[in-house]
Design a protein around this ligand. Structure first.
Ligand SMILES: Nc1ncnc2c1ncn2[C@@H]1O[C@H](COP(=O)(O)OP(=O)(O)OP(=O)(O)O)[C@@H](O)[C@H]1O
Length: 356
């Protein structure tokens, strides 16, 4: 399903999707007092997170991701700037208003933060009991349906110690959904999980986003997590947002050196090996990026025939950004009409980058 056709991802207005931001930062910054000095953790930044999308924050350790995430539900107080969430000015909320607001913003954590003395069902019920607005039987019904949604029907009466990491995170997700939040903040939700379990938890988060129209903001160190489920991404480096935009744009055409490194890690590209391969071939070397349906078209052979060029493929892969396929080829071209070949490729929506 495309971003535009998912619930909440945008509102159709004269045929064009209108993306409505649910979280807005205006020149928000944060410094922590350490040993009597104010140390900046987040530099003044503007950010708009669209309703119904999955928004990723990526950066190395200490870049300011957790600080930014925790400013959204005011677990951290900003040093300056304005934060608006679902039309509310968060920075001016007082005690009861802040409690009501936090019920609209669920959160899940890297280490799950479950109560070890409570069962799965009791953990999920906890926010509802604390809110004190529902009868015990209504809570029991709601907890049962949440446990079913996250696939833990068999485990409702177990204690956290009896669960795997992936199951514990599912409990965390069910608990976070119990108050029907509009926004779910995910603080490195998969960092403690193995690759297979990570895939399953990411899939569950994507389903929740799609089925409930919930906005998700997640932080991660891995571009692969961003590539698999996010619509948009912001890259943080030493407290600055250095790049932001739709994942396909940022991932396929990274501009900032930090973003380029994250993409290379995700693509498992070894620059040294690549340049050793370059030394073995002659001619012009291009990186071709295909996105969407062009990924499957037999373009290269047709272009080579029409322009009379020979080519050697130095590397190639096909993968997906969310559900949309993309392909990248590094190709050395020789002989024939190179300019014509490049024009034909560009005319077929292939992005070209000259590497040598
Ligand atoms: N409560 C605090 N008191 C003082 N300094 C803090 C506090 N929390 C974070 N910092 C500092 O702020 C900076 C940003 O930290 P933050 O936790 O937001 O980064 P991060 O990108 O989430 O890192 P990680 O991936 O390691 O969690 C770091 O230099 C950190 O040491």
């Amino acid at each position: 399903m495309s971003v535009e056709s998912r619930p909440g991802a945008g509102i159709l207005f004269f045929g064009k999707p209108k993306v409505i931001p649910v979280i807005k930062f205006h020149q928000v910054h944060k410094a922590y007092k350490t040993e009597g000095r104010m140390i900046p953790a987040l530099q003044p930044c503007d950010l708009e997170i669209p309703a119904g999308q999955i928004y990723g924050l990526i950066g190395h350790s200490g870049a300011g991701k957790s600080t930014l995430l925790r400013l959204i539900n005011r677990l951290e107080e900003p040093s300056g700037g304005r934060i608006e969430v679902a039309g509310q000015e968060v920075t001016s909320l007082q005690a009861e208003g802040l409690r009501a607001f936090r019920r609209q913003v669920g959160m899940i954590f890297q280490h799950f933060n479950l109560l070890s003395s409570k069962t799965v069902a009791e953990n999920v019920a906890m926010p509802l009991k604390l809110a004190g607005q529902m009868s015990s039987s209504a809570i029991a019904d709601k907890v049962a349906s949440l446990i079913k949604r996250v696939g833990l029907e068999e485990h409702a009466n177990k204690y956290p110690a009896q669960l795997s990491g992936g199951q514990k995170q599912r409990v965390g997700i069910a608990r976070a959904l119990s108050t029907d939040p509009k926004i779910l903040l995910c603080d490195e939700a998969t960092s403690a999980l193995d690759p297979q379990t990570t895939g399953q938890v990411l899939q569950l988060l994507a389903e929740i986003n799609r089925d409930l129209g919930l906005t998700l903001v997640l932080i991660t160190h891995e571009m692969d997590v961003i590539r698999r489920i996010c619509d948009q991404v912001a890259v943080l480096d030493a407290g600055f947002i250095v790049e932001q935009g739709p994942v396909a744009e940022v991932f396929l055409h990274p501009q900032h050196p930090t973003t380029k490194r994250f993409v290379q890690e995700a693509e498992q590209i070894d620059e040294q090996e690549l340049h050793a391969d370059f030394a073995q071939v002659e001619g012009r070397i291009l990186r071709l990026t295909f996105h969407g349906q062009t990924t499957y078209e037999p373009l290269l052979g047709r272009v080579a025939r029409e322009a009379g060029v020979d080519f050697t493929i130095l590397s190639g892969r096909i993968d997906r950004i969310r559900e949309v396929p993309y392909g990248q080829l590094i190709v050395a071209f020789n002989g024939g009409e190179l300019e014509q070949a490049m024009e034909l490729l560009s005319a077929s929506d292939v992005h070209l980058e000259v590497m040598r």
